[in-house]
Design a protein around this ligand. Structure first.
Ligand SMILES: NC(=O)c1ccc[n+]([C@@H]2O[C@H](COP(=O)([O-])OP(=O)(O)OC[C@H]3O[C@@H](n4cnc5c(N)ncnc54)[C@H](O)[C@@H]3O)[C@@H](O)[C@H]2O)c1
Length: 411
């Protein structure tokens, strides 16, 4: 296929070389003198495994934008979205927070759209640059004419291994509302590898790209918390401890527990975290990770209580499920009870009921209620909610039905 790249920097050039290595004709444009020099001298100024060899035999041409548009079936945009140095993590975290700088991207996309309109036929514009969620609809889409079919396809490549990561990714993330544009991109990727092609909305793709990285940050922060504990606890060794956790391929290094819902519960998790917070304090650890985990659970439950208050609108609150997990009748450490306590603290008198603990005759009947599904018991999927009720479902599994307002939390 004929593939165009707008922006041939540290991401664009190595991935353009990777695309070319699979037999595609690649053209690109970039105003930077350094890029022109790199392509002329065939010398990469940065270390990128495998890219130098590809550059030495590359036929990638630098062309004016118009020619890139005219001769490309797909146009990838890899323009920088920079940040100030104080937001790079090399100094203490500033009080202020800022979004990325989209000025280069906006300018480049306006110019690109202008050329696409002039060329007179539709083009699939595949934006790759990193942005915060909501940016494409707010900042980029309004700049485009009717012939640009905008898609968001961030690459999950690491600097230094961009070529190999692009050629053999875990999956391709593709955010787009135009299915024919997504079909064209999927056909292109099938010429490169067989990795899953994950289609979603642009907004989801924007969020997935950044939280993917945050997940990695979270793992690293956790591992470093354990390292500090081990340094302070005689007889322990971080490599031995984390080596054991890495064997937890079913529950730890897996998709398990990676789903939005209530906080965790049971006889181990909350109490162990609270005890570890005590240990953290006793050892004088630099950061109490365990307190942070418990506070997130508490704040998230407070937020759910806010949602209950917002949607109840005068209706009585009925918490469905009291046990700490689905199909259990154990109450220990239950996040449902935490929610009930927070609602009571706020002056509400919620009624709570659990099919594995309580008498069905005790359920309030004959009036609309504000139900909150606190435990993911299968029984609640098709529960006979009273007409005129509102149902708050943090698991997004309750079946929709007439006469009931269903709030799927997180969707
Ligand atoms: N470098 C990586 O490994 C990597 C990985 C994932 C995501 N990203 C994201 O990709 C984007 C690009 O990153 P980078 O590291 O390649 O940046 P970079 O600064 O190295 O490259 C960007 C290139 O775009 C060019 N450019 C700017 N305006 C242009 C225009 N109007 N037309 C054509 N070219 C233009 C610049 O001259 C520059 O060469 C960023 O949003 C970054 O966060 C980078």
């Amino acid at each position: 296929m004929n593939i165009g790249f707008v922006g041939l920097g540290k991401l664009g050039l190595p991935t353009a070389l990777a695309v070319e290595s699979r037999g595609h004709r690649v053209v690109g444009c970039d105003p930077a003198e350094s890029v022109r020099r790199t392509l002329r001298d065939r010398r990469l100024p940065y270390r990128e495994a495998g890219a130098q060899e590809l550059l030495e035999r590359s036929r990638i041409e630098l062309l004016p934008l118009r020619e890139v548009v005219n001769s490309s079936e797909l146009v990838f945009v890899t323009i920088q979205t920079p940040h100030e140095e104080r937001f790079e993590g090399v100094t203490r975290l500033p009080q202020e927070r800022r979004d990325f700088d989209y000025s280069f991207l906006r300018a480049g996309m306006s110019e690109l759209s202008g050329e696409i309109e002039r060329c007179g036929s539709d083009r699939t514009v595949v934006l790759v640059s990193t942005v915060l969620p909501g940016t494409l609809r707010r900042e980029i889409q309004p700049l485009l004419g009717g012939r640009s079919r905008l898609c968001y396809n961030p690459f999950f490549v690491a600097m230094g291994t961009a070529v190999a990561d692009f050629l053999a990714p875990e999956f391709v993330l593709f955010g787009c509302s135009d299915q024919s544009a997504a079909d064209a991109a999927e056909r292109f990727y099938r010429t490169i590898h067989g990795a899953p092609f994950y289609r979603t909305t642009m907004e989801n793709a924007e969020l997935i790209k950044v939280v993917y990285n945050t997940f990695i940050s979270t793992k690293i922060a956790f591992a470093n918390t354990v390292m500090e504990l081990c340094h302070r606890l005689p007889g322990t060794d971080v490599d031995a401890v984390l080596g054991a956790l890495r064997l937890g391929r079913d529950r730890i290094v897996s998709g398990k527990y990676l789903g939005g819902g209530m906080g965790d519960g049971g006889g181990c998790h909350p109490r162990d975290n609270i005890a570890l917070s005590h240990l953290s304090r006793r050892l004088g650890a630099s950061f109490d990770w365990f307190e942070a985990v418990m506070l997130q659970r508490e704040k998230s439950t407070e937020w759910l209580a806010d949602l209950v208050a917002r949607h109840a609108a005068g209706r009585e609150v009925c918490i469905l499920g009291r046990s700490f997990k689905a199909e259990s009748n154990l109450l220990i450490g239950s996040p449902a009870l935490l929610l009930e306590n927070i609602l009571e603290e706020r002056g509400r008198r919620p009624f709570s009921w659990d099919p594995y603990l309580d008498d069905p005759a005790a359920l309030p009947r004959g009036r609309p209620l504000c139900y909150f599904i606190a435990t993911r018991h299968p029984d609640f999927r098709d529960f006979p909610f009273e007409r005129g009720s509102v149902v708050l479902d943090p698991w997004r599994y309750v079946a929709v039905r007439d006469g009931v307002e269903l709030i799927r939390i997180g969707a």
